[in-house]
Design a protein around this ligand. Structure first.
Ligand SMILES: Cc1cc2nc3c(=O)[nH]c(=O)nc-3n(C[C@H](O)[C@H](O)[C@H](O)COP(=O)(O)OP(=O)(O)OC[C@H]3O[C@@H](n4cnc5c(N)ncnc54)[C@H](O)[C@@H]3O)c2cc1C
Length: 313
């Protein structure tokens, strides 16, 4: 994470149906040749979707040349469960974990006071202790990422206090920050400056999600609570709201301009929220003119087909 050039990475979520799995495997096949620095896999609020995360992370680790980073959350977990997950990931030589508070479950009864970890910082400390125990095959243990919110997190309206919480996570051992999606780069750049003022000097990776449909756009507003949509983007979307292809082009173009500007401003990395689709990310990536990294081996068409088969088994 501490290299000179920016990192590029992709986020996936675990598919729940065989059809959705097929789409994801195709996406992984499409994106593998872009040699991202890592791909991350989200973590659900409970039950079987959590096993899907573990399985997908291990499949990516063993069947592809990608470096998967699992998300792990505090919600509905005790220490023994988290330790078992860390042991499993360590055995699979997973190198990094994104330690998060987690979204509240919507469809199961939930009592936060029963969780062993109240905030992401508790998870960061626990992973640090795990690292120190020497249980990871790499003596450095897991690298630890945490979340950052350029526009602020809805649960802490006091932005000074919020920055104190972020600083505490960093002091507890976080190695890098991945941000919530944002549409106005000024929010990200100002957040980065505020982090520097708070003595936070770890890499801050920008989360980018291209709008690809009007429905998707409305879902973003719902899920990424507090996300601010600049008038420039809204105006462009309004002009073509009845033309799905036009919406997609506007969304991709807007995200591309954001990426160019972030690169001009020496961003440490760009993390694409792919929603398990590759089209928008590929167009952006190709248009940025980023050379493929030589260190990761670019798979041939044949071997990527092999990858798809191995992922599916
Ligand atoms: C890059 C990224 C990936 C994500 N992936 C997932 C995922 O896979 N699964 C999922 O469920 N959710 C995911 N989320 C959503 C995230 O879990 C929620 O937004 C969550 O509410 C905040 O997570 P956090 O890690 O910042 O939590 P925390 O650091 O625990 O912060 C949550 C809130 O509590 C406050 N706080 C922190 N520490 C303290 C303290 N000591 N005392 C009082 N208040 C405190 C913070 O200011 C903040 O308002 C992701 C978010 C991002 C940005």
């Amino acid at each position: 994470m501490r290299g000179d050039s920016p990192t590029f990475s992709f986020e996936f979520f675990p598919p729940k149906t065989p059809a959705a799995a097929e789409i994801l495997y195709q996406t992984i096949r499409d994106l593998e040749s872009y040699t991202p620095h890592f791909v991350s896999v989200t973590y659900g609020a409970g039950g079987s979707t959590r096993d899907l995360t573990h399985d997908l992370v291990e499949r990516i680790q063993h069947a592809t040349k990608l470096d998967p980073i699992p998300h792990l959350t505090c919600i509905c977990h005790n220490e023994d469960e988290v330790e078992a997950i860390l042991v499993r990931y360590a055995r699979s030589a997973i190198g990094n974990i994104l330690a998060l508070g987690g979204d509240r479950p919507r469809d199961i009864p939930y009592n936060k006071s029963r969780d062993s970890f109240q905030h992401a910082i508790d998870l960061v400390k626990f992973i640090r202790r795990f690292n120190e125990s020497g249980a990871h095959p790499d003596r450095r243990g897991f690298g630890i990422g945490v979340a950052g919110f350029p526009e602020g997190h809805p649960a802490t309206p006091n932005r000074l206090v919020e920055m104190d919480h972020l600083k505490a996570k960093v002091d507890a051992g976080a190695d890098y920050i991945v941000t919530q999606l944002f549409f106005d780069n000024r929010d990200f750049l100002d957040f980065r400056e505020r982090c520097a003022l708070a003595d936070i000097h770890i890499p801050i990776i920008a989360g980018i999600m291209p709008v690809t449909s009007m429905n998707g756009f409305k879902r973003i507003a719902e899920l990424a609570g507090g996300a601010r949509f600049p008038a420039k983007l809204l105006r462009a979307l309004q002009r073509c709201e009845n033309d799905p292809e036009g919406v997609r082009r506007v969304g991709v173009h807007f995200a591309l301009e954001q990426c160019h500007d972030l690169l001009d401003n020496n961003v440490a990395g760009i993390h694409f929220y792919t929603l398990n689709r590759s089209d928008a990310t590929r167009i952006i990536f190709d248009s940025l003119g980023i050379p493929r990294r030589r260190s990761a081996q670019t798979p041939t068409v044949q071997s990527s087909e092999e990858v798809r088969k191995r992922l599916a088994n």
